[in-house]
Design a protein around this ligand. Sequence first.
Ligand SMILES: [Zn+2]
Length: 455
Amino acid sequence: MFDLVLANGILIDPEKLIRFTGHIGISGGKITAISKTELPGVRQLDITGKIVCPGFIDIHGHVELDAYCGELSLRQGITTTVGGNCGFSPLDINGFFAKQEKDGFIVNQAELIGHSFSLRDKVGIKDPMQPATTEQLAKMEYLVEEAFEAGACGLSLGLAYAPGSSDEEVSRLSRLAARYGRIVAVDTRMATGIDMYSLVEAVNIARHTGARVQISHLVYQYGTGMMEEALAVINRARADGLDVRFDSGMYTQWATHIGAALFQEDYIRDNGWDLQDIVAITGPYNGQRLTPALYHELRTQAPHTAVVVLTGIEEEIYLALTHSFAMPSTDTGAYAPGEGHPQIAGSFPRYFKKMVAERYELTLMEAVRKATLLPAETLGLHTKGRLREDMDADLVVFDIKTLIDKADFGLPDVPPEGIEYVFLNGRLALDHGVIRDAKAGQAARCIKPVYDYQI
Ligand SMILES: [Zn+2]
């Protein structure tokens, strides 16, 4: 007798690449049986006609235990989110995981250790244009190892946020990631909106250090008419035997805080951005386009105000995500209700709607694989992203015919429709839009080496 049986679902197995109608038995938080014949359960849920697959893994987010941000992720069918991206993370990774293990959380959370804000700040580098000294670098190496020992899944670099980071700094920390078999997630150091060298620099981290490189939100970096060239750079690196992968979102308009180094006046000029194409998405000016006066006020008085930059070519979103080593991501972050970017609530349903149901860019099987198994393999999360016995019972049940994102600019946190159930560690967390359990998520520590798969 199983704790729970999901009966008559359309099962999508991204490892075996098979799809069939069947039953899933769950006990003790794990998938304990998958069968074409009926299974006995203490509790039975009939999901006839609905798709059931591993829960989505969002390889690029910034949830960081923020309950509302986590809730918006869960509502998209995300069961595991990866935080600590773009160079910004907690420093006490063990404490971060321990808190989640004690209290639970609304989704499972894996974590990276962030270089460009967090480690640099910790060792006393206050100027983003300043490289680390030898002593500061040695301290950072110690902290990175400590984080990896605690189960951080990788190192994250936000090179645009710390343009002064030296090559030595980047390569020595990346070599540590290589030694531990962990990824280096790179938010590339774009100097201008047409800077393909920034991607070559990221690929060269893999070439020179042996690290596995995960390029962050490719469409936000190169979705301005450079996507074909960016994919050619990545393909060339892969052909050379380098493990280079990437994530990419469903929008072209990226968000960050106005105080960031990349919003210095000379960067804005070099990128050819008009101030009126930069829009505040938090605070008292939410929804307003910048003027020179408002730009000056926010940069000096409220540098944490989030803004979006209206840029990019929509077709390049889809082009990026058709690549076999592309993973959909949200780049989500914590905002107050009613504030923020629609990526926080709409990304994964939009991915399935656009890429599968509307545009036929991907088969449903391939779309599921890229949202589940591929990030699990990339990170080294061996019990996630797979639909088989002994795997964590993180599952999403949805209807591809009705799945639709509802979030938009101005209404950024409206949840999607069509996500029917989400289970975390065998517990029902979301039931047709109703949160049933906000504590079912667990820490997802990367402990074992990733190399027992190799593609
Ligand atoms: Zn990010």
